[in-house]
Design a protein around this ligand. Structure first.
Ligand code: NAD
Length: 499
């Protein structure tokens, strides 16, 4: 490991055991065993820009071996296990995550760059909640019975629900642990098995999660992990006919390719894709609440959030006071390294991603857009790109239209609810939106009208395991979380009786 990383970990007093753990090369995980072969991809620690370790890359053969192992578990040990035992195992896994929570948060921060405090509070703790929530479904998978409609009395039918089978779970890099746990928790509860492919940039906590699952007693093959890029590892995984469902979280562009690869086999799929979410701040909004909601909505995780409030539309009557408070609060946000407990915004995940985000910041400057706050740095080489606020952003500008996935907020003002709604609706995406208002009629009008899968009221981004999350429009289809996600891992069959 480089001296720069050594110094970084030393400065924040990282436990030597954790340093050892984060330095290990990341193998694949098949049959509850490490498989380390193939070419490698470097893993870069974002706060220092230095190499931490490498991950192996699985080609078609290893991907196939992982699917074979999963299939065996699906019809064997996992199928034969009592739902109550499956539930206990999921709860045990949640307990193990809890007792290793700080370690998981450190690994996530060192691999992805995010604030270690946020990693603990959001990524790890929320993942534990999701596991515990879904564990309850293991014994609650139920069909229905009822009379047939077109035949006489005495004829009846029933439905049964069966696990869909082998699930390919493909994750992005912004919430690596959380995305994997969302996918696995519902799949396990439904009785499915998973072959996961984490982002090639952030595989570290996924491997740790798999190890903890084995420690909790999960039989071999129930969770296999293959690492590597989309082209080399992801593509053969999703196009294998033995995969019964693909659950994909990532960009809309990749989602289209995933869909095209899955359709020839009629593989079921959930596509959780990109977004360009809007916050609507009406004339009667509580300004402090709105400022806090919009600020956290876009700058949390340095804007690397699929449903970030990358656009906000504000009623003209309160615009001046809103922008004054927003700029002041944003100017005070601490931009720093991931391990600094005071950090609110940490370095973006990779140089490649910084290049992309910085190109938008430069475009805004070059096009002379009004930037009441610009902490966007002077070069993409600068690991600390801070928050940028763009005022009166033209609606045909890429900053208004495209997913930047970084700390850039586009604002517009308008007069009255209809005008605010028209601006908010001006997107092909439909993942999230928020409404800041104290009027219930306004809240319900906006919620019904907006084309978004989740509408947050007087806040943003506070997801809950019991309520589904998923996009409309180009943000994809299908739901994660809630009972709706369980349904997506089940096939329903009808059994019809005649007397
Ligand atoms: P990405 O689309 O580049 O990659 C996502 C995953 O897909 C990675 O694991 C990647 O290796 C894999 N992949 C790439 N090509 C593939 C292929 N041909 N076949 C199979 N797998 C392939 O996205 P990213 O840059 O990792 O993540 C950022 C994107 O994810 C943003 O667009 C963001 O909005 C989106 N996202 C959406 C949600 C949601 O819930 N809707 C949540 C988080 C992130």
């Amino acid at each position: 490991m480089s001296k720069k990383i050594d110094d970084y970990f030393a400065k924040w007093n990282v436990d030597p055991k954790l340093i050892e753990l984060v330095q290990r090369d990341i193998p694949h995980w098949i049959d509850n065993q490490y498989v380390g072969s193939g070419s490698t991809i470097p893993l870069i620690e974002p706060s220092t820009g230095e190499e931490l370790a490498v991950t192996f890359e699985a080609g078609t053969e290893l991907v196939s071996a992982a699917i074979t192992s999963a299939k065996k578990a699906f019809v064997g040990d996992w199928a034969n296990m009592r739902p109550l035992d499956r539930q206990s195992m999921m709860l045990k896994l949640a307990d193990l995550m809890e007792s290793n929570a700080e370690e998981l948060a450190f690994l996530e921060s060192a691999n992805m760059g995010k604030s270690v405090v946020q990693a603990l509070e959001i990524d790890v703790n929320a993942s534990i909640d999701v596991l515990r929530y879904f564990a309850g479904f293991c014994t609650r998978i139920e069909g229905r019975t009822g009379p047939l409609a077109a035949y006489g009395t005495g004829n009846s039918g029933m439905t049964i629900k069966q696990p869909i089978g082998v699930v390919a779970a493909i994750s992005p890099w912004n919430f690596p642990l959380q995305t994997l746990v969302w996918k696995c928790a519902a799949a396990f509860a439904a009785g499915c098995v998973v072959v996961a492919k984490p982002s090639e940039i952030t595989p570290v906590t996924s491997l740790r999660f798999a190890e903890l699952a084995a420690e909790a007693g999960f039989p071999k093959g129930v969770l296999n992990i293959v690492n590597g890029t989309g082209a080399v590892t992801g593509a053969p995984l999703i196009s294998d006919p033995r995969i019964n469902k693909v659950t994909f979280t990532g960009s809309t562009q990749t989602g289209v390719m995933v869909g095209q690869a899955a359709i020839p086999n009629m593989t079921r799929m959930t596509l959780e894709l990109g977004g360009k979410s809007a916050a609507i701040v009406t004339a009667d909004a509580d300004i402090e609440v709105a400022v806090d909601g919009v600020l956290n909505g876009i700058f949390f995780n340095s804007g690397q959030v699929c449903d970030a409030t990358s656009r906000a539309v504000i009623d003209e009557s309160i615009y001046d006071i809103f922008i004054e408070k927003l700029v002041k609060a944003t100017a005070e946000l601490k931009v720093g390294v991931g391990l600094d407990p005071e950090t609110y915004m940490s370095p973006l995940v990779s140089q490649q991603h910084r290049n992309k985000v910085y190109s938008y910041i430069e475009l805004a400057r070059k096009d002379g857009l009004s930037l009441p706050l610009d902490r966007g740095g002077n070069s993409a080489e600068d690991t600390m790109l801070g928050p940028v606020i763009v005022e009166d952003c033209p609606t045909d500008h890429p900053i208004w239209r495209e997913e930047i996935f970084g700390p850039v907020l586009a604002l517009r003002k308008a007069s009255g609810l209809d005008a605010l709604l028209a601006l908010a609706e001006d997107t092909e995406y439909g993942l999230g939106a928020s409404i800041f208002s104290q009027n219930m009629d306004t809240i319900m009008t906006v919620s019904k009208r907006l084309n978004a899968g989740t509408i947050y009221v007087n806040g943003h981004g506070f997801l809950d395991p019991a309520f589904p999350f998923g996009g409309l429009g180009k943000s994809g289809f299908g739901k994660d979380l809630g009972p709706e996600q369980i349904e997506s891992y089940l096939e329903t069959k009808s059994i019809l009786f005649t007397s």
